[in-house]
Design a protein around this ligand. Sequence first.
Ligand SMILES: [Zn+2]
Length: 289
Amino acid sequence: MRLFETHAHLDLPDFEPDREALIEECFNSGIEYIINVGFNKETSLNSLDLAKKHLHIFSTVGFHPHDAMDFDAELVKRLAREKNVLAIGEVGLDFFRNLSPYSVQREVFANQALLAVDYDLPIVVHNREAHQECYKILKQAKAKDVVFHCFSGDIIFAQQVLDEGWMISFTGSITYANSKLEDVIRMMPNEQFMIETDCPYLPPHPHRGDRNSPLHLHLVAEKIAELREQTPDEIAEISFANAHRFFRVPPDPMKPQHHKGGKSSKSGNSAKANTAKVNKQKSEKRKNK
Ligand SMILES: [Zn+2]
């Protein structure tokens, strides 16, 4: 099984003790690519640092609704031009925790959605209890490449998102007993979903309470496979292809390209992890992203 981890926060202090060893283990365990997601100035910079040190880690840049008050448009624009930055995110609205005022959240999200369209980058959306407001802002920005990370809507909202050609993405939360996403998982087309861990948050069952990591990503694929009556390998391959296309992953300089000859090898070539040391990173904030 080869996997594409589309949403991780490996730059956070939770991973300080064993970050490099864990990354190497991931790349030796079937994880081929990791998108490391920024959510404010510090984590966007640290994500880019991590991406520069590892050939198969890419980063995003953006200000999360919780961090909307610190929004720095110039920083986002500057980092958006970096070749290792593949998306704007995670950006959006969070009317559940409301750590920033509504009006600021809306303005900062709209600003970054427009910026993403301007820079022709996909958008990783964080949405809690703000489905229609997120939808409206993305439509107004004429956003084309959008993923609703850690999807939390009902089947009607899922259909609305899918009708736009946007993607939905699932975390380990689909393995929880109280998950209400079964119907959404069964109805979504093969071309419009991705998988992620959102680590260190949201560890899948039976690892709840532990630090999450990309090593648990296969559990998300397995749960989707069970619900859709497909094999875990099929789900892994489909979501891999979707993520590769959605994030427009650049050609791998370490691998020969096989684009013309149909499907490339499925042998699960594990990625070569660049083992350069990561600078010590500090973070004072710890919030569920
Ligand atoms: Zn996140």
